[in-house]
Design a protein around this ligand. Structure first.
Ligand code: AMP
Ligand code: GLY
Length: 433
């Protein structure tokens, strides 16, 4: 089997690495890929513009038995529709389903209509109306650009002036362009976040192991929001009871409603959930893809064949699938470029990548460019060192040990990934899936 993966991040490196381990897979092609996928055994990069659907379809028709899509943009633009129209096997949501991520107002209206728990909200296209709403809804409050804004469209406003400034920026000064033609303003939710990601075949659901991302740039969850500074799996906040509630109240109703609407959901479905003190989950956001960096630790723990699961999903037989997970915890720490999540400086040399990863540890590359064999910083999130361990503490120690061998001037990472799980371990409640 030949697999084509679209994308170029750490997520795609982890997906390619996992697919390449299956001996039925002869080749994994990653478009455009990165320096990590270029070096991965049985993987190769292909130069393709992943937003050029004709080019993707033409390439997949000649070279791939199955296409897997990493990032949201090609999904929202309909790459799965195009591949399917050409009779090709592809795993991901159609454009109609990807609206769950591509339009926050669509997602919120959908959740409201189907009784899926989420924060109360209103949406606006007019600046004055949005500002008037803020008069009666004081901070903390959350302002979200409706469309895709490269992970920057959410402002968690802790003061009224911040909330008003966000509305002015998005609706007044159009800082997100068309993606900010509409804003959603929603209540601030309190609790602990988790990433709940499933495979869906239109009807059946196979839950992946739970995970938890770390969005803030600084230790102690302080500082600016990022694409994710690290993640671990499993997330002990997702106890068996919470897992069941997420399935019953969020995932199953979403899959049923999409099916009833004539747009059955296929692909990875990612619910970012806030779990309150009573263990009740609320959707913060839906994503129509796997998470980055959640993929890296989750793929480290997956013992089943990913290509087999993808094939079952494409065939609508996920009810016959089973995903086996390592009993170990996995934890990934992101090394970020100087300046990230603001404007970064590129080009710095990354030293230490020539050393082999120890057993149970894998360095997935993301924003790394290969200049005649020299590996240089080429993006905000540079790489993610991911390690298994008998618990979160051991996994973190192993990831930190490998990280200590890597050097890139001005780069930074968090040493406290997994802190919430460790606090729970200390309090005596163990992890579960
Ligand atoms: P996003 O860019 O959609 O991933 O959102 C970024 C982060 O903003 C989320 O991971 C949450 O930490 C936070 N956030 C989004 N919506 C809410 C909300 N309604 N209440 C509290 N925090 C939120
Ligand atoms: N880690 C968050 C995301 O992939 O959206």
């Amino acid at each position: 089997m030949r697999i084509l993966i679209l994308g170029s991040g750490g997520r795609e490196h982890a997906l390619a690495w996992k697919c390449a381990q299956d001996h039925q897979v002869s080749e994994v092609m990653v478009a455009p890929g990165n320096a990590g996928t270029a070096r991965e055994p049985r993987c190769r990069n292909v130069a393709l513009d992943i937003l050029d659907q004709e080019a993707v379809v033409a390439f997949a028709r000649r070279h791939a038995d199955l296409t897997l899509v990493g990032p949201e943009a090609p999904l929202v633009h309909g790459v799965i529709d195009a591949l399917r129209a050409a009779g090709l096997a592809a795993f991901g949501p159609t454009a109609a389903c990807a609206r769950l991520e591509g339009s926050k107002s669509f997602a919120k209206d959908f959740m409201q209509k189907h009784g899926i728990p989420t924060a109360a909200y209103a949406s606006f296209t007019q600046r004055d109306e949005a500002l008037a709403y803020l008069d009666s809804h004081p901070a903390p409050i959350v302002i979200k650009a409706d469309g895709l804004a490269a992970g920057k469209g959410v402002i968690v406003a802790m003061s009224d002036s911040e909330a008003r400034a966000a509305v002015e920026d998005i609706l007044g000064h159009q800082v997100f362009g068309a993606a900010g033609a509409r804003v959603v303003i929603e209540d601030f939710l309190q609790g602990e976040e988790a990433s709940f990601i499933c495979m869906v075949d239109g009807e059946h659901v196979l839950a992946m192991a739970s995970s938890q991302d770390h969005k803030r740039v600084g230790e102690g969850d302080l500082g600016a929001n990022t694409g994710g500074m690290g993640a671990y799996s499993p997330a002990p906040v997702v106890t068996p009871a919470v897992h069941e509630r997420i399935m019953d109240r969020i995932i199953n109703p979403t899959v049923s409603a999409m099916r009833a609407a004539g747009t059955p959901y296929t692909g990875f479905l990612y619910a970012g959930v806030m779990i309150d003190a009573q263990g009740d989950p609320y959707v913060i956001e839906f994503n129509c893809r796997f998470g980055d960096p959640e993929t890296q630790p989750v793929m480290m723990r997956l013992e089943s064949s990913l290509p087999e699961l993808l094939q079952l999903a494409i065939d609508g037989r996920l009810d016959q699938a089973q995903a086996l997970w390592s009993e170990q915890a996995a934890l990934g720490i992101v090394l970020a470029a100087p300046g990230y999540p603001g404007p970064i400086s590129e080009g710095g040399l990354i030293e230490g990548l020539d050393l082999a990863d120890p057993a149970g540890c894998k360095t997935f590359l993301a924003g790394v460019k290969d200049e005649h064999g020299r590996l240089l910083i080429g993006g905000g999130r540079v790489l993610c060192v991911t390690a298994l361990g008998h618990d979160v503490r051991a996994a973190r120690a192993a990831a930190l040990a490998r990280m200590s061998q890597l050097h890139a001037a001005g780069s930074h990472f968090r040493r406290d990934i997994g802190a919430r799980a460790l606090a729970r371990e200390a309090a005596g409640s163990g992890p579960t899936d």
